[in-house]
Design a protein around this ligand. Structure first.
Ligand SMILES: NC(=O)c1ccc[n+]([C@@H]2O[C@H](COP(=O)([O-])OP(=O)(O)OC[C@H]3O[C@@H](n4cnc5c(N)ncnc54)[C@H](OP(=O)(O)O)[C@@H]3O)[C@@H](O)[C@H]2O)c1
Length: 293
């Protein structure tokens, strides 16, 4: 059995130690860690992985694409995908800033409680313009939920909703100003009142749904806060919540979701070392998350 080699392509100057340690814990024997990776720089690094091992041994070489700049990492991912040809491919996991694994884990938690027949569930994703929020919105829309993305800027919320709708045929997506009035009938109040699910994916330490907002969203069955830095993004949620019942509502905090995120990350690494045609983005990570529960 050849050693498992992970080629870590990170767009930040220094590759993430977090991603390296998770890879070692998931069974990588050797890490080839590259920082400051651009699409052009990625090509010879990928060729080096493609042309060294043959046959079934090729599957023991895989690629992780990360970094804090999600758009830069996605540009690298597109170039990596275009560099493969025929059967000469390496398994790839794309998870810049942990955005894909985090979004997949949040959606696994939400869908645990919102499945079943009936009319489409309605979701509000606050902080819906960020890397995590956009992916949560995209995954929920793909699963047929009606999604409203919140932003401090209505224009940004609507532009993000349009951009996701272009990627998801038939999606029901719209935007709302997340700092709007909660008076009855106001757009934000109406959206929260109709919500089955609220996900807060705002920046660390930002409060997105305070006590008044929670009152407005009293009919929501599931509330998920992805912010681990106090104060909570949704007032009343604690980071370790994992399906804690609060009256009729079920609450999830960042650590409650984080456990699933880590399981998805490890299972995804296992997958790219066993399947050289695996290219794992948010959608594939959601499927992995659902398969491990
Ligand atoms: N558990 C994990 O492993 C893990 C991994 C990744 C991320 N996370 C957490 O997931 C959350 C989302 O991550 P992200 O990288 O997508 O976040 P982000 O890009 O830092 O922020 C997301 C959105 O929050 C809004 N925002 C920024 N500052 C705000 C403020 N002061 N008040 C209200 N809204 C504000 C912005 O939207 P607008 O400007 O459009 O309003 C921004 O697009 C964060 O809390 C992060 O820590 C957890």
């Amino acid at each position: 059995m050849p050693k498992r080699v992970l080629i870590q392509l990170d767009c930040d100057p220094q590759p993430s130690t977090f991603d390296s340690i998770v890879a070692v814990d998931a069974g990588a024997d050797v890490l080839l860690r590259h920082g400051g990776v651009t699409p052009d720089a990625a090509v010879p690094l990928v060729h080096g992985g493609m042309f060294t091992r043959g046959g079934s041994d090729l599957a023991s070489t895989a690629i992780f694409i990360g970094g804090s700049d999600v758009a830069a990492a996605e540009a690298v991912a597109r170039r990596v995908a275009a560099t493969f040809f025929g059967p000469v491919r390496l398994g790839v996991l794309v998870d810049p800033s942990g955005a894909n694994t985090t979004a997949a884990a949040a959606v696994v938690a939400a869908l645990r409680h919102l499945g079943g027949g009936g009319p489409p569930a309605r979701a509000v994703v606050l902080g819906g313009t960020g890397p995590v929020g956009q992916r949560v919105g995209r995954l929920l829309a793909r699963r047929g939920l009606e999604v409203t993305l919140g932003s401090r800027s209505l224009e940004r919320a609507e532009a993000t909703a349009r951009s996701i709708a272009e990627q998801v045929p038939g999606a029901h997506l719209r935007g709302v100003a997340s700092h709007g009035s909660l008076s009855p009938g106001a757009p934000l109040a109406a959206v929260l009142a109709a919500a089955d699910l609220v996900v807060a994916a705002g920046a660390a330490g930002a409060v997105l749904l305070d006590a008044a907002g929670r009152e407005a969203a009293a009919s929501a069955r599931v509330l998920i806060d992805l912010n681990a830095v106090p104060p909570a993004g949704i007032t009343g949620i604690v980071a370790s919540d994992k399906g804690r019942a609060d009256g009729p509502q079920l609450l999830y905090g960042a650590l409650g979701v984080g456990g699933t995120k880590m399981k998805i990350h490890r299972a995804a690494l296992e997958r790219i070392f066993s399947q050289s045609d695996a290219f794992l983005d948010a959608e594939e990570l959601l499927a992995i998350g659902e398969s491990i529960g």
